[in-house]
Design a protein around this ligand. Structure first.
Ligand SMILES: Cc1cc2nc3c(=O)[nH]c(=O)nc-3n(C[C@H](O)[C@H](O)[C@H](O)COP(=O)(O)OP(=O)(O)OC[C@H]3O[C@@H](n4cnc5c(N)ncnc54)[C@H](O)[C@@H]3O)c2cc1C
Length: 579
């Protein structure tokens, strides 16, 4: 903001007039001169700009592209994001013994009173059609032969689900989904893909000095060419995934730095329920293994959690033991690790037949074997790690945010589906359903939405190359460490306040740095991480109870004196004026 506003105000602030502004627009995007569009000083213009290329971004692009021109930008290679690492699967009611009502009830139970029941129903009812849509695009889900000699989808079971309802492609479901969607997106003539493009900030009418609010596009750092490109679009969707990189230990890939949440916040959108961070109970604990998850399906298929002395312990925390929801399992592990002062616990599936283990978990088996752990013979060392951002940018059932023209889908969004805790395998389903919802709404809206018109180019006239990269590297480490130590699985007010003081200092330091030096990917991510950290801490401080994933020693039980409440934060500059 500090960097952006002076430049924009120089050229546009006084002249800004919404009618005149849209009056000077290019009216037909498809007629736009491609040579001009390629020049860095000219904005690249599209009907829809999608920021992010995981399950949510690519399925939105594919649902739109027969009817309009779409740009998809991704921070690194197209397939890199949480989607490709998803192992377990996608929940859908397909078994004759199962029912929509049962899936709804399981989701509501996991969400601890904070799910939006209408959204839960919307998502659960679309389970089968979403799986069909993926199968039509060639996703090779695992099948089994029935007694009648026909084949049907194999369904596995995960924590919190009372039925087998998780559709999967062996133990690499996300890879199967992402690569199939990627193949279709690359082949579609109306989808233009921009890999290695790191979005810096959204462009909105308010940021250009207008009174009304509408999104117009985004400034994006082309990291290969090290130059900032302006994208203009009638509509913009954030599909940037979660924010778990804000923690020292995480199952998420490096791209998950909460950029979409921070960008939307800076642009004036509200966020919801950011205190609910899901810690996956079982990440591989090995000095050479970086962020490798041991799927919950291992517990679903009979895996047992053991202390270093070989004893089982989960039954002491929950009667469902190994099949308890992941927050309970993660807290139990955290408790036992702290009590015993040990570095990890163990997940054991070696009592199952070796061919069963290799057949169900080929990826986990191969990955562990490469580290000299044969999971058919010995237990797997595991620890909890930050895994999923349940809250996010507040959206409605059409994926619309507070900012007209701006949508949010996938893990970046706070739709109301997960409430205080996400049930396993509901998140990929959420990506697919809200991509469909957003596409429908966008296609209905596009005919009445003018293109963005002239946009000011990114201005670098007042910044230089950094001579102190160490500041960025140091602050990256600092924020992730204090978030782990003070804002982790078990919280207290004192720790949250300590974290808040540090975040405030860091925010100031990063803002100064950002105002003086040319942007780099590390700096952009750090600037976003620190905002996300602040949102998590402030949301945690606002909740005076323990509920779902938010557990605090100061208020160890749910507050039953009021109906459960969502934590909704509004950016300070956008608070309604007091009269
Ligand atoms: C190890 C692991 C296992 C999981 N297993 C399951 C499972 O079995 N079932 C399930 O339902 N869920 C699972 N999840 C969760 C699920 O995978 C994610 O919630 C889901 O894939 C998120 O998809 P998405 O499209 O929202 O984001 P992602 O797939 O994370 O994609 C984010 C995209 O945004 C881009 N991006 C981010 N910032 C920027 C920026 N500034 N500019 C440009 N591009 C940007 C990234 O490059 C990437 O393309 C798992 C997650 C992990 C990490």
């Amino acid at each position: 903001m500090k960097r952006l506003l002076p430049a924009i105000m120089d050229c546009h602030f006084e002249a800004f007039n919404p009618t005149g502004f849209f009056g000077s627009i290019v009216t037909a995007l498809s007629c736009f001169d491609h040579t001009a569009r390629r020049h860095p000083m000219h904005p690249l213009l599209f009907d829809v700009l999608i920021i992010g290329s995981g399950a949510s971004g690519l399925s939105l692009a594919l649902r739109l592209a027969d009817r309009c021109r779409v740009a998809v930008v991704s921070k690194v290679a197209l397939s890199e994001g949480s989607t490709i690492y998803a192992q377990g699967g996608i929940s859908a009611v397909l078994d004759a013994q199962d029912s929509i009502e049962s899936h709804i009830q399981d989701t509501l139970t996991a969400g601890a009173g904070l799910c939006d029941p209408e959204i839960v129903r919307l998502v659960v009812e679309r389970g089968k059609s979403s799986i069909d849509w993926l199968r039509q695009r060639g996703v090779p889900f695992t099948e089994v032969e029935t007694d009648q000699g026909t084949s049907q989808l194999h369904l596995t079971r995960e924590g919190g689900h009372t039925h087998r309802r998780v559709v999967h492609a062996a133990d690499a479901t996300g890879r199967a989904v992402e690569t199939s969607l990627e193949r279709h997106a690359r082949a579609h003539p109306n989808i233009e893909l921009f890999e290695h493009h790191n979005t810096i900030d959204l462009i909105t009418t308010r940021k250009l000095g207008g009174r009304s609010q509408r999104v117009l596009g985004a400034y994006v750092l082309d990291t290969d060419r090290q130059r900032v490109v302006t994208f203009g679009a009638r509509l913009v969707a954030l599909a940037t995934g979660g924010a778990s990189k804000v923690y020292l230990y995480t199952s998420n890939p490096d791209v998950c730095t909460g950029d979409g949440i921070a960008m939307a916040w800076r642009a004036g959108a509200r966020v919801a329920n950011m205190e609910f961070i899901q810690f996956h109970p079982t990440c591989l604990f090995h000095p050479e293994a970086r962020s490798f998850l041991i799927s919950e399906a291992v517990r679903g298929e009979g895996g047992r959690l053991l202390l270093p002395d070989g004893s089982q312990f989960l039954h002491r925390f929950d009667p469902r033991a190994e099949l308890a929801p992941r927050d309970i399992v993660a807290r139990a592990i955290d408790y036992e690790m702290k009590r015993l002062g040990v570095d990890c616990v163990y997940l054991d599936i070696s009592h199952m037949p070796p061919e069963f283990v290799r057949g169900h978990f080929p990826t986990i088996h191969a990955h562990c074997l490469a580290l000299n752990i044969d999971i058919t013979r010995s237990p797997i060392p595991v620890v909890p790690a930050a895994h999923y951002t349940c809250g996010g940018i507040l959206t409605d059932r059409d994926a619309c945010t507070d900012i007209p023209g701006l949508y949010a889908i996938g893990e970046v969004a706070g739709t109301g589906l997960h409430g205080a805790n996400r049930m396993a395998s509901n998140s990929l389903l959420e990506c697919l359903v809200f991509a469909e919802q957003a596409a429908r709404h966008m296609l209905a809206t596009l005919p009445d939405t003018p293109p963005p018109g002239e946009l000011p180019p990114w201005d670098e006239s007042r910044v230089t190359d950094s001579d102190e990269e160490v500041v960025v590297a140091h602050n990256w480490d600092e924020v992730r460490r204090f978030m782990w130590d003070y804002v982790g699985i078990v919280r207290t007010n004192k720790r949250l306040e300590r974290a808040l003081r540090r975040v405030e200092l860091l925010k100031q330091e990063i803002s100064d740095y950002y105002g003086h030096f040319r942007v780099t990917s590390d700096l952009l991510e750090l600037r976003n991480l620190v905002i996300v950290a602040e949102l998590i801490i402030r949301s945690g401080l606002a909740r005076h109870e323990s509920r779902g994933l938010h557990f605090t020693l100061d208020y160890p039980t749910p507050d039953d004196t009021h109906p459960p409440r969502n934590t909704i934060l509004t950016p300070p500059d956008f608070l309604p004026h007091k009269t």
